[in-house]
Design a protein around this ligand. Structure first.
Ligand code: AHR
Length: 350
């Protein structure tokens, strides 16, 4: 049944990709077709790596500012972008900002100086992007947002946003918890490991989760703190949660797998059994998290798909052809529970 679901999700992605290669973007349930005309590529301004020739065969040059390498999800995302660029024959200029918005500004400015055809970036936080996006717009370079959103009033500053629906991921985590606890009397204490402060996944997952569990007044978030999406911080913050008031939480909601894996170590150090004494819910769906689910140490993983490379490359191509793209492209994603982990673990690609 779950394999069928997964296969269906893959098919949906393939259909989306097929749609991308045609004249119009897909408009299935995962794609919101809010289309806007794409800014024309800057005529007569060849990017440095491919200088001079402006023939139709000249490879597209894409500047991509990756926000960092904090998690297994991020590594898979970067690899997907690299592989997809190679397969699409797109020249990729890739910069790692190591969690610094300043470094992302520098990378984007360097792409503007090099006169790349398209700029894409994964914004580390939501705010503060308007000035740099205006610089790109003034240079006539179209921008694709990848993975995370930006908080700007003028949405014409970017062409499209390709990534997951983080709010929905939080809702899925909340629904799993409501179901898991349906026969368990409250009060139920929940600890939450948040991601990077000010980042879209952290804000939206937290909100979706809260909005969903609100239907049960005896579910209470007693501890909540950022752990930067890393395993080390997940371990450290969970240790602090466990020491806090001598009462361990009944539930851990970790905003990503890496933090959940660190927290599992802290729970075991404290002599407790993750997945049993403390229900563990995570987001991403990495192979390592699936292995822990098979061991019964994680109860549920909400999938967040990092394999965005093919969608980004297709978008870059369509932009260069002057086509119209939807403003929002969301990837299809599933929820996996401990019952299905053993069957699914072999299918994980990252
Ligand atoms: O923006 C996506 C999030 O960032 C992933 O859930 C997390 O693992 C990553 O670091």
């Amino acid at each position: 049944m779950r394999i069928l679901k997964w296969t269906a999700a893959c098919c949906l992605l393939s259909i989306l990709l097929l749609d991308l290669s045609g004249c119009a973007w897909g408009s299935g349930p995962d794609v919101q077709p809010v289309a806007e005309p794409v800014p024309k590529p800057s005529a007569g301004q060849p990017a440095d790596p491919a200088a001079e020739s402006q023939t139709p065969e000249r490879p597209i040059v894409l500047g991509f500012s990756q926000l960092g390498s904090e998690s297994d999800w991020r590594i898979a995302n970067t690899n997907s972008i690299r592989d997809a660029a190679r397969e699409a024959g797109i020249t990729l200029l890739l910069e790692n900002a190591e969690q610094s918005q300043e470094k992302q500004f520098e990378a984007i400015r360097s792409f503007i100086r090099k006169k790349v055809d398209v700029i894409a970036f994964a914004p580390v936080i939501q705010s503060g992007w308007e000035p740099i996006l205006k610089e790109a717009q003034q240079a006539g370079i179209p921008v694709i947002l990848s993975d995370r959103a930006v908080d700007v009033r003028d949405t014409s500053l970017y062409v499209t946003f390709i990534g997951s629906d983080f709010y929905e991921e939080g809702v899925k985590a909340g629904k799993y918890l409501l179901d898991k606890m349906r026969d368990v009397p409250g009060p139920i204490r929940i600890a939450e490991l948040e991601g990077t402060v000010g980042s879209t996944p952290s804000i939206d997952r937290g909100q979706g989760f809260r909005d969903t569990i609100r239907s049960r007044a005896d579910l209470e978030i007693v501890s909540s703190a950022p752990a930067d999406f890393t395993m080390e911080k997940g371990r450290e913050v969970m240790r602090a949660f466990l020491k806090k008031d001598g009462k361990p939480p009944h539930v851990l909601f970790a905003h990503n797998d890496d933090m959940a894996l660190g927290a599992i170590e802290a729970i075991e150090e404290a002599g407790l059994a993750p997945g049993k004494d403390i229900v563990v819910i995570s987001v991403d769906g990495t192979r390592k998290a699936f292995e822990k689910m098979v061991e019964g140490k994680i109860n549920c993983v909400v999938e967040c798909n990092p394999l965005l490379g093919p969608l980004i490359m297709q978008a870059a191509k369509e932009i260069m052809q002057g086509r119209t793209l939807p403003k929002r492209i969301a990837s299809p994603e599933s929820v996996f529970t401990e019952e299905m982990a053993a069957v699914e673990v072999g299918n994980r690609k990252y």
